[in-house]
Design a protein around this ligand. Structure first.
Ligand code: NAD
Length: 539
């Protein structure tokens, strides 16, 4: 087999969608067309469309608008998906790496070209993303996952051990000995696709369970993978009751891995299930999970106020704060607090929110009623003792699940608003005493169980270096004078530690390695023919 070289990956350029641009006109036309349709979203098992009990998918910003009709299965569909994954396994795992990689490289080009509008439009309608948020996620980040992973996987295959004279040592990356269960969240279309395709690139077959609120764009992922020539049964998408799907998949002796992104509570539940089933499995399942966060921005007295204010707005409110990396707690020194508020509050009040198909909006709605109720509860805490709403605070469910971008100041740095993941457009600020920098840093580091993303703002280089060292374990993705969101594949490998996940870095060689089981081969060219060693002869 020739040692083929995967084309060098480049980040997919982000389109501007400026007024009158061809991309804007064509996306608008697709949005218009999709708005008149109800997309059918069956399960995808062994390459077949499988129906079941139907349920509606509605636009978060217009909850009376049905945009899709999905079909839920039950435990028998999960068993069927596991069987389909097993049936596809031998052929897919035996296919040369270059052929597997080619499927995903082709998928990336199909997404960048003919499927781009549909992918962005479904992400906008189904998940309430603005055009920019859809473009950087569903189009660009997903192209990047597919292209960069193909190159990372090749580098792993090429990494070979040393061979002293007389022997040849090799390592072979085999897929895991069973199926991988991929479970994805609602908030990133790209993550949903990567959770199933990264293990597949390494030769595994997959049972994939997506979040119900992401299914409109999940359907486009299926269409792209089919168009790219992915063989039947390599990835199998099941819909339905998460508890039934989870329990059925995790009870299978064939389970070889869990690739999860979602909340910390769900991940811990799945980990416990795996633990309680441990004696049934044919192998120890690999467990990879990227979970919740309570991401911080820490401002030093030397911080640039304009940069800080912009980072709070973009980091805290883009995609309605529904990013695992979204800035959620901000620490500001008393010496800067007045100046920051003067700039920040009117800007927050001016943010335009509404239907994302109106491109002038900066924000859309939160994902569903459950999220709306949860986030409204946190906003209400801002009106309680020890807290004050500085901006926003309005929640309106009349047409869609809309929560105004909200800034709350608290007196106690351990207030629930400063320590719990809210996953909505609510940022909480605590003002620290300039003379008590170390106490404030200890709070950043220790007051939440999470360690996903964090940002520090300072103009003084000495201070930047000190903060970076002091907060070494507080975040898996650490930003200096930048917002804590917007990691790019190939540039900032993404993932956090502590309660935020196993930090296996999505879109990196480290992640792919979790889906490979190494076999070491040693070949001796002229094997010994006498068991006696020289030391055994006496004079
Ligand atoms: P969630 O935990 O509610 O759901 C995630 C997925 O798990 C969904 O598909 C859901 O249906 C499924 N699920 C729930 N219970 C299950 C069970 N018993 N068995 C099997 N599957 C089950 O999370 P969400 O609301 O979709 O996403 C938001 C969360 O995801 C936030 O906590 C956010 O921080 C986190 N997130 C983390 C990252 C990261 O990289 N760290 C990225 C995106 C989102």
């Amino acid at each position: 087999m020739s040692a083929f070289v995967v084309p060098e990956p480049k980040n997919e350029p982000v389109k501007a969608y400026a007024p009158g641009s061809p991309e804007k006109l064509s996306l608008k036309a697709t949005l218009k067309q999709l708005a008149q349709e109800v997309t059918e979203i069956p399960q995808w098992i062994g390459g077949e469309r499988v129906k079941g009990t139907n349920f509606e998918i509605r636009a978060p910003h217009d909850h009376q608008k049905v945009v899709g009709r999905a079909y839920a299965g039950d435990a028998s569909s999960v068993s069927r998906a596991i069987d389909a994954a097993r049936a596809a396994k031998m052929d897919w795992g035996a296919l040369p790496y270059a052929d597997r990689a080619a499927v995903f490289l082709r998928a990336a080009d199909l997404l960048a070209g003919p499927f781009r509008d549909r992918m962005n439009a479904t992400t906008m309608l189904g998940q309430s993303k603005t055009v920019f948020q859809a473009e950087i996620d569903a189009a660009c980040e997903l192209c990047d996952f597919w292209r960069f992973n193909a190159a990372f996987g090749q580098a792993l295959e090429a990494d070979q051990p040393y061979s002293p004279p007389g022997q040849w040592n090799r390592t072979e990356l085999r897929p895991l000995d069973g199926f991988v269960f991929a479970v994805s969240p609602f908030n990133f279309t790209s993550i949903a696709a990567n959770l199933s395709t990264a293990p597949a690139l390494m030769g595994n077959t997959v049972v994939w369970k997506a979040a119900p609120t992401q299914l409109l764009s999940a359907q486009v992922i299926v269409e792209i993978l089919e168009a790219a020539g992915l063989p039947k049964g390599v990835i199998n998408l099941v819909h339905g009751d998460p508890a039934i799907i989870g329990a059925t998949a995790l009870a299978s002796p064939e389970l070889a891995g869990l690739h999860f992104t979602g909340s910390t509570a769900t991940f811990q539940h799945l980990w416990r299930e795996i633990g309680s089933n441990i004696a049934r499995y044919r192998q120890y399942p690999r467990i990879v999970g990227e979970t919740g966060g309570k991401d911080f921005i820490f401002a030093h007295p030397s911080a640039n106020v304009a940069a800080l204010s912009t980072a709070i707005i973009r980091g805290g409110y883009e995609y309605q704060g529904q990013k695992c990396s979204a800035a959620s707690r901000v620490y500001v020194p008393r010496s800067l607090a007045g100046k920051l508020k003067e700039r920040l509050l009117p800007e927050i009040e001016g943010l335009k929110m509404g239907d994302p198909t109106d491109f002038s909006n900066f924000m859309g709605a939160v994902i569903d009623e459950r999220a709306f109720t949860k986030i409204s509860g946190y906003v209400a805490l801002g009106k309680g003792p020890g807290a004050r709403i500085l901006a926003g605070g309005e929640c309106d469910r009349s047409r869609g699940w809309f929560v105004r971008p909200t800034l709350i100041e608290v007196e106690d740095p351990k207030h629930r608003l400063m320590t719990e993941e809210i996953f909505g457009p609510v940022v909480t600020l605590w003002v620290y005493d300039d003379a008590k920098l170390e106490e404030a840093l200890a709070l950043v580091d220790e007051s939440t169980p999470y360690a996903l993303t964090g940002a520090v703002f300072a103009e003084d280089r000495q201070v930047l270096a000190q903060l970076t060292e002091r907060l070494r374990f507080a975040a898996g993705n650490f930003y200096l004078n930048d917002k804590p969101t917007g990691a790019v594949v190939g540039q900032q490998p993404f993932g956090g530690g502590r309660a935020s996940g196993t930090n296996d870095k999505a879109g990196s060689a480290a992640n792919l390695m979790r889906w490979a089981s190494t076999r070491a081969l040693k070949e001796t060219f002229v094997p010994p023919t006498d068991y006696r060693y020289p030391f055994m002869s006496e004079p």
